[in-house]
Write a protein that binds this ligand. Structure first.
Ligand code: ZN
Length: 203
């Protein structure tokens, strides 16, 4: 005989789990980033990889590639060689989530990365769709090799300098775009490269 109280509990529990299955439940923990000496630390790296259900090595490789630097995992945190803007690291975690975790069909994070014929496929367990992982634009290293005076290119402003110029970091380079705001995508022409500083004008 069924215990009515237990049935009631089961029912309540079903309701709770039902609610928690809504897409609203999925939140990527905000990246905790700070500078330590000449390095940039992503304090909750392991937590992020675990919530995204991705191999720590895969996430780390992505971040290092995008930053164009080297680094290492140290316990549950990631250490990047070089002082990178905090917002930049945060944005990269969001980009990784969009490219390698979220299903573009149903918008859910219940996906897996599988390899088919050497192509990385993002397979969604929620809606069954699958797509090749979006090809990212050129890696920072390869773009960095092409930074020369007169070159025109499209850039996305990542942050803003103390002087109010838009800032784009590409590998070891810092590019300044006058009067541009973070998030803005625009065409620029490189007017001068001085060491790792890149001056531009808008096209
Ligand atoms: Zn889906």
């Amino acid at each position: 005989m069924t215990d009515p109280y237990k049935a009631l509990l089961d029912h309540a529990y079903e309701n709770i789990t039902g609610t928690s299955d809504d897409e609203g439940r999925f939140t990527v923990p905000p990246a905790k980033v700070f500078h330590e000496g000449k390095n940039t630390i992503l304090e909750n790296f392991a937590e992020i990889a675990s919530v995204l259900r991705r191999e720590p090595d895969h996430l780390m490789k992505f971040l290092l590639g995008e930053l164009g630097t080297s680094g290492k995992l140290e316990g549950t945190r990631a250490v990047f060689n070089g002082k990178f803007e905090i917002e930049l690291i945060k944005n990269l975690v969001v980009k990784y989530t969009e490219d390698y975790v979220m299903c573009s069909e149903c918008g859910k994070p219940d996906t897996r990365l599988i390899k088919e014929d050497r192509i990385m496929i993002l397979k969604c367990d929620a809606c069954g769709s699958h797509r090749p992982v979006r090809k990212r634009r050129a890696r920072p290293e390869s773009v960095a090799n092409q930074l020369e005076e007169g070159k025109e290119m499209e850039v996305e402003i990542q942050s803003i300098s103390k002087r109010g110029d838009g800032v784009v970091r590409i590998g070891k380079y810092t590019m300044y775009v006058a009067g541009a705001k973070p998030g803005q995508k625009l065409e620029i022409r490189i007017t001068r490269v001085a060491g790792s500083i890149v001056f531009t004008e808008r096209v």
